[in-house]
Design a protein around this ligand. Structure first.
Ligand SMILES: [Zn+2]
Length: 298
């Protein structure tokens, strides 16, 4: 097994880091990890994370629902209801901020491809990228559009997509620079780039500390506070034109975090904290458990 030991901050190139938080992979390996923070820009990342070849075992769980379709357990059942509501909201936001009702859309890290399928039903031409072979196969059995593996993304040239989306994916990506460059080159000049990522600056992250489920180490390599993300986007030629909360995420993350704390009444407490953070984030997307960034080329 090989780990990646960063010498330079991926955001500002700084070389001075300090420990930010000690935590565990609660969901799968139970191994200990450390989050580090860049002293110059405040970017937080998982220290010594497994490289691309070594990380697969950390995804091997029936509970890792982004890559499976299990309906077992209350948390998973809730997740499936929330997903239906969120598809509708995501589609509306994408159409508002792209100012388009149809066009070419690429969803990177599409999982079981429900988002592009939903957009297709609204008239969009869609494609997906997914590195998990099982998920790709399941998607191509169900839906009739192309879901390719990651190499197909990295070979793309001048595709001019009107929308490129990454819903809770960028925090998993090893080669940030390569992805951001490829996305920039394949987005139309007036295209919209959409990224949803967890927010370590949220009240629920502050409340749950090392138990906050959206740290999800070592699967999440990067942990962007909103201000740091804007700098990162700019470095890669994007301007953040709008931010929105993903309010339903607060409930799911809070319930999982209570589970990791092994708290009694974890479900009730999770609902309570989810409601608190949802309420606080209504008019302040930068306080949301997860933030959606809508970006245009500079
Ligand atoms: Zn930095």
């Amino acid at each position: 097994m090989s780990n990646i030991h960063l010498q330079n901050c991926p955001v500002c190139n700084g070389t001075q880091f300090q420990p930010y938080l000690q935590l565990k992979d609660y969901s799968i390996s139970k191994e200990d990890f450390t989050l580090m923070e860049c002293k110059d820009c405040g970017f937080v990342f998982t220290h010594n994370f497994p490289d691309e070849k070594s990380i697969a075992p950390y995804y091997k769980s029936e509970d890792y629902i982004s890559h499976s379709d299990t309906r077992k357990g209350l948390v998973n059942r809730i997740y499936h209801v929330v997903r239906a509501v969120m598809l509708q909201k995501k589609a509306q936001m994408v159409e508002v901020y792209s100012s388009k009702r149809k066009g070419r859309l690429l969803d990177i890290g599409t999982g079981l491809a429900y988002f592009p399928e939903f957009m297709k039903s609204r008239g969009w031409q869609v494609e997906g990228i997914e590195q998990d072979a099982d998920a790709r196969q399941a998607a191509s059995k169900r839906f009739d559009f192309v879901v390719n593996d990651v190499p197909a993304l990295l070979e793309m040239k001048g595709r001019d997509f009107e929308v490129i989306s990454m819903w809770h994916v960028l925090e998993h990506v090893h080669h940030l620079d390569v992805y951001m460059k490829t996305i920039w080159e394949n987005l139309a000049d007036d295209g919209l780039f959409v990224v949803a990522i967890p927010n370590p600056d949220s009240p629920d992250a502050a409340h749950y500390k090392q138990y906050w489920a959206a740290y999800d180490v070592p699967r999440h390599l990067w942990h962007w506070k909103p201000q740091v993300f804007k700098t990162f986007a700019q470095k890669h030629g994007f301007e953040v034109v709008a931010t929105k909360p993903m309010p339903m995420d607060a409930f799911y993350v809070s319930m999982l975090s209570e589970k990791y704390k092994q708290a009694s009444l974890s479900f009730i407490k999770g609902i309570f904290w989810g409601k608190m953070t949802w309420w606080k984030s209504l008019n302040q997307p930068q306080k949301s458990s997860s933030v959606i960034y809508f970006m245009k080329k500079i």
